[in-house]
Design a protein around this ligand. Sequence first.
Ligand code: AHM
Ligand code: MG
Length: 335
Amino acid sequence: SESTSVNTNIVTLTRFLTEEQTKHKEATGDFTLLCHALQFSFKAISYYIRRATLVNLTGLAGQSNATGDDQKKLDVIGNDLFISAMRSSGKCALLVSEEEEEIIYFKDHSGARYAVACDPIDGSSNLDAGVSVGTIFGIHKLADGSAGTKEDILRPGSELLAAGFTMYGASAQLVITMKGGTVNGFTLDNSFGEFILTHPDMKIPKKRAIYSVNEGNSLYWEENTKSYFNSLKYPQDNGKPYSSRYIGSMVADAYRTLLYGGIFAYPADKKSPKGKLRILYECAPMAMVFENAGGQAVNDKMRRMLEVVPESIHDRSGIYLGSYDEVEKVKSFHK
Ligand code: AHM
Ligand code: MG
């Protein structure tokens, strides 16, 4: 009504998922249940991150993870929360986590049809400073007749059923997209304990003069990488140079890029010839979000990121993702 400006017709993530499910006649509700478990893990991780400094959860856990990074206490908690959520959903057959060397198989879930890849807390070097971090996830469906094997997760991103991330920033922002669908953003309302649809049908601006890359690596960059970024900083014809923004949390840098436009890149270089970011739980889910929002994502060879097939579960790739026009420009420098 006109009498109040309070929105009483709120679309929660729960409502959104239910409505999505009814659009698919063949849907069994399993995917929705899996998403509810995901949603719970995001709320729980968000809660612990926000209390970290108060309850002695900053600092190292005293171990290294599968890929040799120092594990923070919150990396361990985030990973445990995520694994428990996936196990208890009963719908997840196998899970790849950045924090686990091997695939986790949930053998007791015979009817489970999904394979999930996740980075429970991405950007954890930022944790102790209270800077934004995030969780990234990608969901595949098992091949027909499969009980869940490595081959079910070593798939190109183009086959992802759903993907997205939650950024734990000033508020928790969840972005999710389904195969062939739109991109929708939700904000966690802490008092309701619900993710509320605040960014329906997100579209990345076609271009914007902002670049996001760790320039401390430029010594190791290949020539075409250097000339591309130099072209942004030293434009010809008296054009204005781009602004630079780099948080060092992929989720936060990508979320800003999604909203404002521009380019996020972590190129492969002479020091990391395969790149730094992981295909299954960093590059591919982000690429799906960006493509479904009208942007593009490519690897160093200018191949569509979603077509890259990982050779191993922790396989890495260089990546450029961003506005449609900006990625075209990236390509023109890599011919
Ligand atoms: P992590 O998964 O160990 O946290 O590392 C991934 C993070 C990304 O969030 C971010 O884009 C990148 O590493 C930053 O790396 P760098 O510190 O080399 O710039
Ligand atoms: Mg991580």
